[in-house]
Write a protein that binds this ligand. Structure first.
Ligand SMILES: Nc1ncnc2c1ncn2[C@@H]1O[C@H](COP(=O)(O)OP(=O)(O)OP(=O)(O)O)[C@@H](O)[C@H]1O
Length: 242
């Protein structure tokens, strides 16, 4: 079942066509990698979906509802590349803030479980300004998971995390998938994407230039069966291959 549908999305910054007529969909329980060279339009796409940027054209629906509706927003979570932490709030305060914002009840156990899972128990009462980048990132992820969203948008989630946290996050991705959640993960880490994602979307200059499973991409560029996602990506995004 389709949970996220993006149709003809356009977003311009002055003359820059950051996203230029993008269409794709995401099904329940699917993990999809959003790939593309620097400036391809990945972050802009994620920000348009979550409503942080106003789109110029196109439609975006969550479970058939406009993405800006309250019901749709409650089903969405966005984890930005740069942790958007409040310096004067503790880790626990951040979770409390989210619980208030989403009007959650009996959230404390879930919050504690998340903090425990991401090794933040010791830092539970530490102020945002005293957290390392990885701890800030992990706090943001706990906040994003607290309201139990169905569609999760991750922007470069594995950058700045230590190997244990990366391992933990990959397990969380798999747990979320098993629970039927849909994940759209923007990443430059192609080996991880190859292992983690059911399917990838490849963007370049605001457009979708390839889409499918790794086997689909191999067929598309007539590559060898053992070719890696990195090799396919380089081939697909090379200027000669327009
Ligand atoms: N706020 C902004 N104002 C003006 N131009 C912007 C703004 N945000 C993004 N852009 C431009 O839009 C295009 C797409 O940027 P975007 O950040 O979406 O790319 P990206 O694929 O996420 O890149 P990266 O892999 O480097 O993070 C780029 O040309 C960028 O310079």
């Amino acid at each position: 079942m389709t949970v996220l549908e993006v149709n003809g999305l356009k977003k311009y910054f002055g003359k820059t066509k950051a996203v230029d007529g993008l269409s794709f969909s995401l099904s329940e329980g699917e993990v999809v990698g959003l790939l593309g060279p620097n400036g391809a339009g990945k972050t802009t796409t994620l920000k348009c979906i979550v409503g942080l940027l106003r789109k110029a054209e196109g439609t975006i629906t969550i479970d058939g509802m406009d993405h800006r509706s309250d019901v749709a927003r409650a089903k969405l979570a966005y984890i930005p590349e740069v942790p958007d932490i409040y310096e004067g709030l503790t880790v626990w305060d951040h979770l409390k803030f989210i619980a208030l914002a989403y009007n959650l009840h009996d959230w404390e156990k879930r919050a504690n479980d998340l903090i425990h899972r991401f090794d933040l128990m010791e830092k539970r009462n530490e102020l945002g300004m005293h957290l390392s980048k990885g701890m800030k990132q992990k706090t943001m992820i706990c906040c994003a998971l607290l309201h139990d969203p169905d569609v999760l948008l991750f922007d470069e989630p594995l950058i700045g995390l230590d190997p244990k946290a990366v391992h933990e996050l990959k397990e969380v991705f798999m747990d979320l998938k098993a629970l039927g959640k849909s994940l759209l993960i923007s990443t430059h880490m192609l080996d991880t994407a190859q292992n983690l994602c059911d399917r990838v979307l490849v963007m370049k200059s605001g457009k979708l230039i390839a889409e499918g499973t790794i086997d689909d991409l191999r067929k598309r560029v007539q590559a060898a069966q053992e070719s890696t996602l990195e090799e396919l990506f380089l081939e697909i995004t090379s200027d000669e291959n327009k």
